[in-house]
Every structure is written in structure tokens, then in C-alpha cells.
Design a protein around this ligand. Structure first.
Ligand code: BES
Ligand code: ZN
Ligand code: ZN
Length: 501
């Protein structure tokens, strides 16, 4: 989509639709709203009077100028109470507005730049949130349907109009960032929505290579024999049940100027999780094409960082494989010597994410990063604990955790901290090996995180369990059906706000 920022008044827009910001307290119209209301003989004020539209957050009303203005539709965007507005509310309001544009199959729209004059929300941030709402809500699923292509026509041009020059630079910067961040989310959604037969580990690696070329990143894809040379035996053990070859994807972004720190991002890349010999039920298996969303998010975030030009050195590591049962599959009770040298007793092959991440994290340490963040659809139990509203946050470094929580509030992808107390270690003690990969029924998400901690040593580390927030049944505001891309906005915000460690 093309996003423009221009000086001008919305009442002279030549786009198909004009979006107008409305707060609940509006008593008297001024500026463009007044001009438009006058030209339409008071149709806007009439709408307010009937109370059909009261500018509540989430409302989006359509008016038809019938030739009295150059555009054919006006969309009034309800923003709720002025005093209560937040970045996330703005993003949601524009999510609803964006859905309306999509429903009406409009191709171009302009919007009146928002002058909030609030100390806590800058023009750049509000513009970014508006763009995110529009672009995230315009994501479309269903690329395997045959038939009428017209069904998929959506917004192609979105223009900010501002009456005076001052502030146009800020809007441009906000709009650019919003576009990159939404791209990263939508790209992650696209990968995670692809069925297992389309998105194999090889295809995921191809997508990463393609992005690397487009964004000047270094990309190395290791084959099974190379993974073996690296001694990532735990990763290979999970891959052994599948005919699809595993891939270790390593993406690297080296910023053009000064570098603050080196960070490693590790993403779970299970392109389909049947559970292995500890086979899942069909019911539990349907969502498992999305078990590579952590990996998709890491790929998108490394590319997103390059697009944003952040001053960070980033390494993205994605072990990618299927987890299937077969005659050559990893067996329950097997003991594997991991990349770190620690031995693991595998008592449930469906707890495979932590196995491939054990090697991914340990391999990440060889780059000597200042910190490691991993993202994974790791446990069903995190969904039981936190529901579908926020991700589980684990970590061994208070400063990093606080930063991640703040990035969550800002980006609208919230996280909630879970404990990593040493008392939990006991449940992962094995009679045969250094650790076992499962530890009973209780506190599953915590035990998974505790397991991972064995492979990061004392490096500052954060683990995000996104299994509860990876998928949505219904659309709402800027959330669309299917894979959410959760983590892309969160991590890009986290990295944008990064201060040297
Ligand atoms: N990929 C699943 C976790 C998952 C569950 C993601 C639901 C998204 C939605 C993971 O590999 C898994 O199967 N975990 C098991 C662990 C158990 C065997 C200890 C789980 O959570 O049930
Ligand atoms: Zn599993
Ligand atoms: Zn899994």
C-alpha cells in the first residue's frame, strides 16, 4: 500500500473516502469537520444528534456526500473520550476504520491528521498507531481460494492531510515506522497461516533467503549434514521422524553505522507439530501448522530492523523442522547429547520445541551476544495460565524484563511475567541424564522455560511463550482471523527503544 503525507485539507480530498476523527465530547465542529458539515447541510451534526453515532471507541459511521463533495464517502472514526485516549485505543479505532474500508472495498482514503495536543502522545506516535490500525486490519487470509479475485481488492492508497506544514515530518516518520512494523506482523501472519504442506522447513529457509537479499542481510542455511557437524544433535533428533529435511536458518543484520550491542533472537520453527511418537489428537493438531510462528517472527523482526535502520547487530537463529512420528523418529526414553554437551532424557516427544531451542540457544551463545531473546509457541499450559490476551514472559535479567514489559504496553502486544525460581529445577531432574524434557502435569510453561534456562548459562536472556496468543478465531479491530504475528510489533518496539547494555 502507498502511504502519503501531504499538506492540505480533507474537505478537498479526491480519494474515494475521507476519514474524520471524532471524540465523544465534541459539541461544536471546527475546521474540516465544520466545512464538511456545512456542505452537507448539517448531516454530520444530525448523525450525532440522533445518537446513532456517538464517537465511542470502535464506532465507524459512513456518510454519503452525494456529489456535494469530491469524495463519495465519509467515515467518522469514533475515538472515545479525548481524556482517555491512548496509543492502543487509537490503533484499535483505526483497526475498526480499516475494516470498514475493507468491507466497502475502497481503494483510496485520506485522513485528517490528528492534533491531539496531549503531552503523553506525540504526533509521530499517533500517526504510527493510525497506520498500524489500517494496515493490520487490511490483512487478508484465504490465498488458496480459487475464483473471483475481485473479492480480495483492498485499500491501495492512504493519505494523511495536514492543514499546516508544521509536524508533517513527524507524521512521515511515524507513518514509515508504522508501515514497517505492520509489514513485519503481516509477513509473520502470512508464514504462520501457510499449511504444513506449503511451508516446509526448506520453504521457510527460502523465504528467509529472499528477505535477506531484499534487505541486505547475511543469510546462511545449514543442511542436515552441516547441522550434524555443528553437533546440534537434539535438533536433529526431533527432525529424524520426518522426510522433509531440517534447516538451520541464520540471519544476520549488521547496521551501517555504529553498533550499540549484539543481540541473538532465536525462534521455534516447527513447520508442523504432530507430536512425534507422543502423537497429538487431531483436535490438538489442527493449529500446529502455526508452530513456526516464533521463527516467522524472528525472520520478520531481523528484516524489520534492517528496514528501520536500527543501530543494533542482530543474529536471528531459526531451527526449522517438522515433528512427525515414523520408523526413524525420536523415541520416548531416548537420551540425546545436546549441542551444549548436556544430556537430555526425552520423556515426551511432543515437548519438541524446547529440544530444538536447547540447541538453538546454545548455538546462539557461540556468537557471544550481549543478550538472547527466544520466541516460541512452546506450551499449551501458557494458554491455560494467561489466556489469549498476553504472552508469557520469562527471563534472568530484570532490566531486560522491564524493557520488554514496557515494549508490550507501547506496542499493544502485552506480556506478563512468570517465575523462574530454582525450586522448579527439581521437577526436571533425570535419573539417567543431566535433565529430562518434561516434569509432570503442573506448571508446564514454567518447566519448559526452566528447561531452556539450562542452555543459556548466565547470559541475559528472555523467553517469550506465545502459544496462547498465536492464533485468533475471530476478527476484531486490527486483529484478523488466523495467525496473529504476535511478537513482531513487541520485539521491534523493544529493539527501537534499546539502550546500550
Ligand atoms: N506446539 C506445542 C504447544 C502449543 C499448544 C502451541 C497449543 C500452540 C497451541 C508444543 O510443542 C507442545 O506440544 N507442548 C506440549 C508439552 C507437553 C507435552 C509437556 C503441551 O503444551 O501440551
Ligand atoms: Zn509439541
Ligand atoms: Zn510444538
Amino acid at each position: 500500500m502507498q502511504i502519503e503525507v501531504k499538506q492540505g485539507r480533507v474537505d478537498s480530498s479526491e480519494d474515494e473516502a475521507v476519514l474524520l476523527n471524532c471524540f465523544e465530547e465534541v459539541k461544536k465542529f471546527v475546521g474540516a469537520l465544520k466545512t464538511i458539515d456545512d456542505k452537507l447541510s448539517g448531516a454530520v451534526s444530525h448523525l450525532f444528534e440522533t445518537a446513532d453515532f456517538s464517537a465511542k471507541l470502535g464506532q465507524a459511521a459512513v456518510l454519503y456526500p452525494q456529489g456535494r463533495l469530491k469524495f463519495s464517502r465519509i467515515i467518522l472514526v469514533g475515538l472515545g473520550k479525548r481524556k482517555e485516549i491512548t496509543i492502543e485505543k487509537l490503533r484499535r479505532a483505526y483497526g475498526f476504520a480499516g475494516r470498514k474500508l475493507r468491507e466497502l472495498k475502497l481503494k483510496s482514503a485520506s485522513v485528517q491528521a490528528l492534533e491531539l495536543n496531549l503531552p503523553n502522545i506525540k504526533l509521530q506516535e499517533s500517526s504510527q498507531a493510525m497506520v498500524e490500525g489500517i494496515l493490520l486490519s487490511n490483512y487478508q487470509l484465504g490465498r488458496y481460494k480459487t475464483g473471483d479475485e475481485n473479492e480480495r481488492i483492498s485499500l491501495q492508497k492512504f493519505t494523511f492531510l495536514k492543514e499546516i506544514r508544521k509536524g508533517i515530518g513527524e507524521i512521515k516518520k511515524g507513518a514509515e515506522d508504522g508501515e514497517i512494523i505492520s509489514w513485519a506482523t503481516n509477513f509473520s501472519r502470512d508464514l504462520a497461516n501457510q499449511p504444513g504442506n506449503y511451508l516446509t522447513p526448506t520453504r521457510l529457509a527460502d523465504e528467509a533467503s529472499r528477505l535477506a537479499e531484499e534487505n541486505n542481510l547475511k543469510c546462511t542455511v545449514f543442511s542436515a549434514s552441516q547441522i550434524k557437524k555443528l553437533k546440534m544433535n537434539t535438533f536433529l533428533a526431533v527432525a529424524s521422524g520426518s522426510k522433509e529435511p531440517p534447516k538451520l536458518i541464520v540471519l544476520e543484520y549488521v547496521p551501517p553505522g555504529k553498533t550499540t550491542n549484539t543481540l541473538a533472537l532465536v525462534g521455534k520453527g516447527i513447520t508442523f507439530d504432530a507430536g512425534g511418537l507422543s502423537l497429538k489428537s487431531t483436535e490438538n493438531m489442527v493449529e500446529m501448522k502455526g508452530d513456526m510462528m516464533g521463527g516467522a517472527v524472528v525472520i520478520s523482526v531481523v528484516a524489520g530492523c534492517a528496514k528501520l535502520g536500527l543501530p543494533l547487530h542482530l543474529i536471528g537463529i531459526i531451527p526449522a523442522t517438522e515433528n512427525l512420528p515414523s520408523g526413524s523418529a525420536l523415541k520416548v526414553g531416548d537420551v540425546i547429547k545436546s549441542h551444549s554437551g548436556k544430556t537430555i532424557e526425552v520423556l515426551n516427544t511432543d515437548a519438541e520445541g524446547r529440544l530444538i531451542l536447547a540447541d538453538g540457544l546454545s548455538y546462539a551463545r557461540s556468537f557471544k551476544p550481549d543478550a538472547i531473546v527466544d520466541v516460541a509457541t512452546l506450551t499449551g499450559t501458557i494458554k491455560l495460565a494467561l489466556g489469549t490476551i498476553c504472552a508469557g514472559l520469562f527471563g534472568n535479567n530484570q532490566r531486560l524484563k522491564t524493557k520488554m514489559i514496557q515494549a508490550g504496553e507501547k506496542s499493544g502486544e502485552r506480556v506478563w511475567e512468570m517465575p523462574l525460581w530454582k525450586e522448579y529445577d527439581e521437577f526436571l531432574k533425570s535419573d539417567l541424564a543431566d535433565v529430562k524434557n518434561v516434569g509432570g502435569r503442573f506448571g508446564g510453561a514454567i518447566l519448559a522455560a526452566k528447561f531452556l534456562q539450562n542452555f543459556v548459562g548466565d547470559l541475559p536472556w528472555i523467553h517469550l511463550d506465545i502459544a496462547g496468543v498465536d492464533f485468533r478465531e475471530k476478527e476484531n479491530s486490527y486483529h484478523t482471523k488466523g495467525a496473529t504475528g504476535f511478537g513482531a510489533r513487541l520485539l521491534l518496539q523493544f529493539l527501537k527503544d534499546w539502550k546500550r547494555m
